[in-house]
Each structure stands twice: as C-alpha cells, then as structure tokens.
Design a protein around this ligand. Structure first.
Ligand code: ARG
Length: 468
C-alpha cells in the first residue's frame, strides 16, 4: 500500500482506498496550499475557542498552538511536505499536526471543512484586498506624477479615435487616477464584506456543542469598528455562498479593464503616428528580426491579461450558477480563478507603475497635434451662442465655415471676415480669438473640466489622499 491508505481523515466507512485517478482528480492541495497561513490562523482561533468553552484542556491547547506555529514556520520556509493523497490544504495540515500531537484529534471538533474553507478564504480576501489597494496606490502615484510633470501640455482629446477637443496630458491621465480611485474603494468594500466569520456554521447545520461563535470571530479579527464580532447570520448561506469570490473577481476585472484602456492609450501615444510619449527601455522589448524595433510589450501584456482576468470572473459565475444549496464539490474550483486574478492584477499594477515612472512626454508633438484649429470648432459655436445665435444654428454655421475653409483649402482661422460674415452676419472681428488654446482652457474652469486650475486642484486632492 502506498501513502494513500493514510489519507483517510474520513476513511472510517470505506473498505477501499480511492483510485489513484480519483486522488489525482480530486486533489486541490496543488493550488489551495496558498491558503495554509490562513488555515493555520483559523485553526488557532478555533482551538482558543474550544479551550474557552471547555472542549479541550489547557495542555492540549498549548500543544496544538505549538504545533500550529511550527507548521506555520515549515510552510513559510518551504520545508513542509505537501501530500496530494491528503486531498487539500486542510487535511494536509491536520495530519501534519497529528504527527506532532495527539491533541490534534480534537481540533476539528464542531468544525467542518466547509466552514473552515469559508473562513480561510475570508481571511485571504481581506489580505488580498489590502495588497491590491497598495498596488493601486502605487499605480495612482505614478500616474499622478506623470500628470503633474506634464499637467498643462495640450493634447487632442479623442472621440471615435478622431481628434475632438483639446485637453491636457494632466487631464487625460487624471481620468485614470479617478478610475483607479474607485477601484480602490471597491476593494475596501470587498474587504468589508469578507469581514464576517463563518466558523460555527459546521458542514451546513452548525453543531450541538457549546461553541462560542463570538469569541472565535473576535480572535480572528472579524470585528466591526467598535470591536464587536461580525458573524454570518445563516449557516447554509455561509458555507454555500460564493458572493465574495465573484465580488473580488469582479473588482479585479474592473481594475484590469481600467489598466487595459490606459494601456491602449499609452500604446497609441507611444507609436510613431502619435509620438506623444516614449516608454523606458526597461519596460520595452526588441524584435528578434527588426533591429530598429522597441515594442510596448508591457502594456500589450496588460491589455492581454485583462482577457484572462475577465475570464476568471466568468468562470466563477458559470461554476456557481445552478448549484443547489449547500456545499457541492464543484465549489473546489472556486479558488484557481481568484488566485489567478489576484496575481495577474497585482503584477499588472506594478508594471503599470514601473513603466509610467520612466515614461517621457514629448511636448512639441503634443502641442502640434493639439494646435489643429478644428479642435476648437465647438468653441466657435459657443462664441456664436454668446452673440445670441441658438446653439443648433451656431453648430450649423460653424459646419458651413469649416466646409468653406475646406473649399478654399485654408485653415479655418484664415477665412476672411467677409467670408465668415457671409455665412453668419453676427460674427464679430474678434472671432479668431477662440483659436487660442490658452483661452480655450481658461474658459474651462468648472469642476471636471480641463482648465489648469481644475487639473491642479485634482492633483492636489489625490496627492493629499495618497500621502495620508
Ligand atoms: N477542498 C475543499 C474545497 O475547497 C474543502 C471543502 C471540502 N468539503 C467537503 N464537504 N468535501 O472545496
């Protein structure tokens, strides 16, 4: 017999050991071993509660505590021997504890792997959200510093990827800072939802033993702002719901989407056609054939990995859809997608920050692209509105002026006053002033607009948040 005869924490009612194929198929330890620190933490909290309610003795608790701490060290240093035949992280750790102390046999009292794994992942999500929030802050800081350095440099804003109206580099980059700011909030909200203790739910229907749910919740830090324990209010919900997985994967997807759109903008800006920006050598790669190439692979990969992160969200929702209450083994498949989204988003945030830190904006190219007078055609319509022309008519008039300038093959501001007035008699002698970019920006000093003071104000706002 191989080791598999030993696997059976649940083997009492079985005559035969599982087939090797079933072991290989059913194991999750290859991926859920990353829950080990949380599983050990959860077990320690549970043991302290068992002690408090008199289910284990002080000596047994001390042995369990010592054993769990040793295991935590072994896991951390990589010396722990994971065994596939023991199925999952929970049974690996329980069996290893058993090898250290007979008291381990009492640890699983009043607990099921169902509420155990639900607890582990809640601890994981709290940690993962806090790590991703730090990653977001780092990316926001890089965006903000690039925005600040180039705050007032004009560039065309685009709709339909056609030049639309002038904005500034600062305003454009701050759009992404705002998006990442909301992503940051979303991870706080996921962490808050994770902050509820499922222990005591058992497999499905709790336990007949005198468990103290509040005590274990407090021991594990599942508390509100005033230190009151937060407990899941329905045990069936607690072991079967996977809302958190979906919320976490969804927050990861939205954040990845934002990074992906930023990536696309940067790839365009970095192209010879735009020439607004150059990426640092350290985050670009060359071609094996074409010696001149310097490719923005870092941002292409961010764009590519976003597909994978969104796929993880879809994967989870399809897995959960249609499952009857409560636990079904399908739910073991819930972990790889969230671990993957966590890792991929984490590295995407770090790469975004690193690449932006070394990015250079090319002021002349930006300015020359933003100096196309047609970008201010809307400002000319506004000018006419201020002279009393209804906007729809003003829009039409400017359209005719553009058509006339094209007919004469002249830039719009070079149309003569006579030509202009033949189309709209109220046009004054000052109509060309609208083509001054500084005027265009100075007139856009309302909240949310690209006026320099607005942009500076938002930079200050975010600097304050990120430094606090
Ligand atoms: N490895 C399992 C999972 O993550 C643990 C829960 C097992 N529960 C059970 N009733 N078989 O889903």
């Amino acid at each position: 017999m191989t080791d598999k005869s030993k696997q059976a924490t649940w083997g009492g009612r079985f005559q035969d050991s599982p087939d090797d194929l079933m072991l290989a198929f059913g194991e999750s330890v290859s991926f859920d071993q990353r829950l080990a620190p949380y599983d050990l933490q959860g077990s320690l909290g549970h043991a302290s509660m068992l002690l408090a309610v008199g289910i284990i003795e002080q000596e047994e608790f001390v042995e369990i505590e010592r054993g769990l701490k040793e295991l935590a060290e072994e896991v951390k240093s990589g010396t722990f021997q994971w065994k596939t035949e023991l199925e999952d992280v929970h049974m690996n750790l329980e069996q290893a504890l058993r090898a250290k102390t007979a008291a381990a046999d009492k640890l699983h009292t009043g607990r099921s792997r169902n509420d155990q794994v639900a607890t582990d992942v809640r601890l994981f999500f709290k940690d993962a959200c806090s790590q991703l929030k730090q990653g977001i802050e780092r990316a926001m800081t890089a965006l903000l510093s690039l925005a600040k350095k180039n705050a007032t440099i004009p560039i065309p804003g685009y709709t339909h990827l056609q030049r639309a109206q002038p904005v500034t580099v600062g305003h454009h980059l701050l759009a992404y800072v705002e998006m990442l700011g909301r992503d940051h909030e979303r991870f706080s909200s996921v962490a808050n939802h994770a902050n509820v203790c499922p222990l005591g739910s058992g497999a499905i229907a709790g336990s007949t033993l005198p468990l103290d749910r509040a005590l274990v919740a407090k021991a594990l830090g599942f508390v509100d702002e005033s230190g009151e324990p937060r407990l899941t209010p329905n045990g069936m919900d607690a072991v079967a719901d996977r809302d958190l997985f979906v919320e976490f994967a969804s927050a990861c997807s939205l954040c990845s989407l934002h990074l992906s759109r930023l990536a696309e903008d940067i790839i365009l800006w970095n192209s010879s056609e735009f020439g607004y920006l150059t990426l640092p050598d350290a985050f670009t790669t060359g071609s094996s054939l074409m010696p001149q190439k310097k490719n923005p692979d870092c941002f292409e990969l961010i764009r590519g990995k976003t597909g994978r992160v969104i796929g993880n969200l879809t994967n989870l929702m399809v897995t959960i859809k249609g499952l009857p209450l409560t636990y079904n083994r399908d739910l073991q498949e819930d972990k790889p997608p969230v671990f993957d989204s966590f890792e991929q988003l984490g590295i995407c945030l770090a790469v975004t920050a690193g690449a932006l830190d070394g990015a250079q904006i090319h002021e002349e190219n930006c300015l020359s692209a933003a100096s196309d007078p047609l970008l201010l055609a809307t400002d000319l319509a506004d000018y006419l509105v201020e002279l009393g022309v209804p906007f729809r008519q003003a829009h039409h008039v400017v359209g005719s002026l553009v058509a006339r300038s094209e007919e004469l093959n002249l830039p719009l501001p070079e149309l003569s006053d006579e030509d202009a007035r033949s189309i709209c008699p109220v046009i004054g002698n000052d109509w060309r002033e609208v083509f001054d970019l500084s005027r265009a920006f100075a007139r856009r000093e309302k909240p949310g607009m690209p006026g320099p003071q607005q942009v500076a104000g938002r930079i200050k706002f975010w600097e304050g948040i990120l430094q606090s």
